[in-house]
Design a protein around this ligand. Structure first.
Ligand SMILES: [Zn+2]
Length: 81
């Protein structure tokens, strides 16, 4: 199969966020993202750690591209490997 034109599947992802704890303005990349399973909400939570205050900054799932959401998808019984 030939890809005639790439969509945004492999597009570089960056997002500007503000740390809720120390108000730092951060430009995050996909390698900064971490995810964990939220048992309360039964959904995956995506977040980055602020380099200044070390607190988690939550990233809304709708800010991610489908590729990232899939890559970081967690499951309730996932092992920490
Ligand atoms: Zn911070």
């Amino acid at each position: 199969m030939k890809v005639l034109k790439e969509g945004d599947w492999n597009a570089k992802w960056e997002l500007k966020v503000n740390c809720a704890t120390c108000a730092a303005e951060l430009l995050i990349e996909e390698s900064d993202l971490t995810s964990s399973w939220d048992y309360g909400k039964e959904t995956t939570r995506y977040y980055v750690l602020c380099p200044l205050c070390r607190k988690a900054v939550e990233i809304p799932a709708e800010k991610l591209t489908p590729r990232l959401a899939e890559k970081l998808q967690t499951r309730p019984c996932s092992t920490w490997d």
